[in-house]
Design a protein. Structure first.
Lengths: 682, 117
């Protein structure tokens, strides 16, 4: 049987309300016949029984409007019967008219009233009087039944409304956070519970190709796969109203899955009616089936679910947009330099659907200088993000021009005030880190002061003078402040989202990240992890959070020294060791100078290998030192060079001479020392 | 160190030797064996140093020897080394192109050969 909502309404209108019968109870058959004859003209159904027991049984089976009860009956008499009728809630309200034979039953009449009779008639009765009385009680009973029906209808409606509210509150709560998949799983579980279904499946139309994919399955329908709807089901989807499908009905086979129960199919239509979002299929519990009266509730449930699905889709789409935008505004990767380890984190606010205005950036200005910056554009949403992007690019440009930090921020402020006007405000911290000396020179425009963690874990706040935020600054450039970062120290820049946890003063927030920074490893990555973790302990961030950490490794260059056997492979090893040392100790060297040094050591050690006396245990020593702008590399062997020189050697020495600033060869009886010097190291 | 032959006339093929990694006194012997394996039918040998990250005088010497050997049978050596690389600096410092044809890139070799034919 399929039934649409319209069918259901028609059914309600047609459904005959069984009229309450007149119940005649008398143990004399002839009395019953006489009563029937008198009451027949009323046109009401009449049920005649010959005992109190039979009367009680009848009351269980059908509606009775009025009871005519003979007082004197064998076995269960009228009074006893009336008491039993009155004692049961379902029959308590039915009016009882006692029939008595003689006036000497007066005491019984009294008793009858006491047990709840509404009237009495003394036999022999006047037919018209009896008819009038019965007729009046039937009218009363009808009225009462109507009131009762209305009350019940109201209660049903309220229950249905309550159920829908349950469903609605579920979908409403789901809108903000849940992703589509967990959402539909939850909706399905709730829908199954609500309609006492044994199982169900929620199918989603992913594309416009009509194919429905199961996103959630429950109970016997868990294993439901993909569905390419038949014409019947397509028709059902198009109609957009729920349908009940029993075994044998068109579409039942494809929708019932593993169950052999009737199913309810509820099309999920986009709230604007434009298209089918999917289909909810519920399988009835064994032996239960769905009530046609539930169709309208199923329809409402489908509406709720459709709204929730659309919102979830919009939410996912929105979040993708935000993620893309944020990704495009934050640096893809941070500069890498042997003297500093950089790490950064960005975390959007709680829902992840609002683009924040926070950003961080790091640019290698040259071999020696690294620009670090962090900022926060006031506001959220795409407008803030777009402004953040502009600000970030402008700041990059000013940074690359190489101005001091105070001037960079002043230029940024002028740009903002000239182009955007007073509607935009941002806090920015801009600093330049000298990778050779460790000096960090910075200026702040309304931005929180940075933190520095010493190698021993103590953390201090570089609370230097700050000026007003960008966009509202005065004409003076923000003052600059230089802090000399020592080897092993970690600098932490952050936006105020990092110190602004729910229900907590800012100072407590700063103390919290200070303690997070001070515990554990000094490495930038680990420091960022700890700071963020500590922040999240206080609950999801209300604002977006950006942090940028720089762990400096600027130990004074130590000398390089090693010895190797005088073999061909040692030449390669010596070159690689020098290369590693240079990378560590003189990272600012340009690649040409590095390859010159590599060439020189290769030629010098090759000479040793070529001229060593045979396959003995001859060896050579390499030393490299750096003193400011001078690098000196010496190669010493412990034998004597052969007198004869090969062509290669003839090329080797001029090459060394060509690439270094000074070459000295010192030959003694115990060995030869080649000293190569570069003097103009930047 | 992969190698492949490219189109050329049966009697006068051109072969490209694409070298990779570092060339110094330790790797030169291996390279020397590789050059020995070049067939005598090859009339133009192109040694591409584009992927070489280091070259020293041992490598230069090896290339000169290869050049001399090819010349004895009227074959030609062309060395390809892009400007700005570490090997190119060594080639320039030793005035390598005074004796051997030096090109910046493979396409330039083709262009030059088109122009001359």
């Amino acid at each position: 049987m399929t039934a649409s909502r319209a069918d259901l309404r028609r059914a309600e209108l047609r459904a005959p309300v069984e009229p309450g019968a007149i119940l005649l109870v008398d143990d004399h058959r002839e009395n019953l016949l006489a009563l029937e004859a008198v009451l027949d003209p009323l046109g009401e159904p009449i049920v005649s029984v010959e005992s109190g027991e039979e009367a009680l049984r009848t009351l269980l089976r059908r509606e009775v409007a009025v009871i005519l009860l003979d007082v004197r009956m064998s076995r269960l008499d009228g009074v006893q019967t009336a008491r039993l009728i009155r004692s049961r809630p379902g029959t308590r309200h039915i009016p009882i008219i006692f029939l008595t034979a003689v006036a000497r039953d007066a005491d019984q009449i009294e008793l009858a009233y006491a047990t709840g009779a509404v009237d009495y008639v003394i036999k022999p009765f006047e037919p018209s009087v009896l008819r009038a009385k019965v007729s009046a009680f039937i009218a009363l009973s009808r009225e009462r039944a109507e009131r009762l029906r209305q009350t019940r209808a109201r209660e049903r409606a309220e229950a249905a409304e309550q159920a829908v509210r349950t469903l609605q509150s579920l979908s409403d709560a789901a809108l903000a956070h849940l992703e589509l998949e967990p959402l539909v799983t939850e909706l399905l579980t709730r829908a199954c519970a609500l309609f006492r279904a044994a199982g169900g499946a929620l199918l989603i139309a992913e594309q416009d190709d009509g194919v429905l994919t199961v996103l959630a399955g429950h109970g016997p329908m868990r294993a439901f796969g993909e569905l390419t709807p038949s014409a019947t089901v397509r028709q059902l989807l198009k109609a957009g109203t729920p349908a009940l499908l029993a075994p044998g009905d068109g579409g039942w086979v494809e929708l019932a899955g593993a169950t052999d129960q009737p199913v309810a199919a509820i099309p999920l239509t986009d709230p604007d009616g434009s298209r089918t979002l999917g289909l909810l299929v519920l399988a009835a519990a064994p032996g239960a089936g769905f009530d046609a009266g539930e169709l309208s509730l199923l329809d409402l449930a489908g509406e709720r679910i459709a709204i929730a699905i659309r919102h979830a889709r919009q939410f996912e789409h929105q979040r993708e947009l935000v993620e893309t935008l944020q990704r495009s505004l934050l640096p893809e990767r941070l500069p890498e330099h042997p003297r500093v380890e950089l790490a950064a984190r960005y975390r959007p606010e709680e829902t992840g659907t609002r683009v924040g205005g926070d950003w961080y950036d790091a640019i290698q200005l040259d071999e020696r200088r690294l620009a670090l910056m962090i900022g926060d554009v006031v506001g959220h949403g795409r407008a803030a993000a777009a402004r953040m992007g502009e600000l970030r690019n402008a700041l990059r440009a000013y940074a690359i021009e190489g101005h001091p930090p105070g001037i960079v921020l002043q230029q940024l402020d002028r740009l903002v005030r000239a182009t955007v006007g007073p509607t935009m405000m941002a806090t920015v911290l801009f600093g330049v880190l000298d990778l050779q000396s460790g000096a960090f020179t910075m200026a702040r425009a309304g931005h929180p002061p940075p933190l520095v963690r010493a190698p021993d874990g103590t953390v201090r706040l570089l609370d230097t003078g700050s000026t007003l935020p960008i966009g509202v600054s005065g004409d003076d450039p923000p003052s600059e402040f230089t802090y000399a970062l020592g080897d092993g120290e970690t600098l932490l820049l952050y936006t105020d989202g990092a110190v602004d946890a729910p229900a907590e003063p800012i100072d407590a927030g700063i103390e919290r990240i200070m303690s997070a920074l001070g515990s554990g490893s000094a490495a930038a990555e680990a420091s960022c992890d700890r700071v963020l973790a500590r922040l999240l302990e206080c609950g999801p961030p209300r604002d977006d959070v950006a942090i940028l950490a720089a762990h400096v490794r600027i130990a004074k260059p130590g000398p390089l020294g090693f010895g190797l056997p005088a073999q061909r492979q040692s030449v390669t090893v010596a070159r690689h060791r020098l290369r590693d040392w240079l990378r560590r100790e003189a990272p600012e060297l340009d690649s040409r100078t590095v390859s010159d040094l590599e060439l020189a050591i290769t030629e010098a050690t090759s000479n040793v290998v070529r001229h060593a006396y045979g396959p003995t245990d001859a060896s050579f020593q390499v030393m490299a030192t750096r003193d400011g702008s001078m690098i000196e590399v010496t190669v010493r062997d412990h034998g004597r060079w052969r007198a004869s020189r090969s062509t290669a050697q003839g090329r080797g020495l001029p090459l060394i001479e060509a690439v270094c600033d000074k070459l000295a060869i010192d030959r003694t009886n115990t060995g030869t020392t080649v000293t190569m010097t570069w003097t103009n190291i930047p | 160190m992969d190698e492949h032959s490219i189109a050329g006339g049966g009697a006068s093929p051109t072969q490209v030797e694409r070298l990779t990694g570092e060339i110094d006194i330790a790797t030169a012997p291996q390279l020397s064996r590789r050059f020995s394996a070049v067939p005598n039918t090859v009339s133009t040998l192109i040694v591409d140093l584009s992927e070489v990250t280091f070259l020293d005088s041992a490598g230069i010497q090896l290339l000169h020897q290869l050049h001399d050997r090819l010349r004895t049978r009227d074959a030609e050596l062309i060395v390809v080394s892009p400007p700005g690389t570490s090997p190119r600096r060594v080639l320039d410092l030793t005035a390598f192109d005074a004796r051997v044809t030096l090109r910046d890139s493979l396409p330039e070799v083709w262009t030059a050969s088109q122009a001359s034919s």
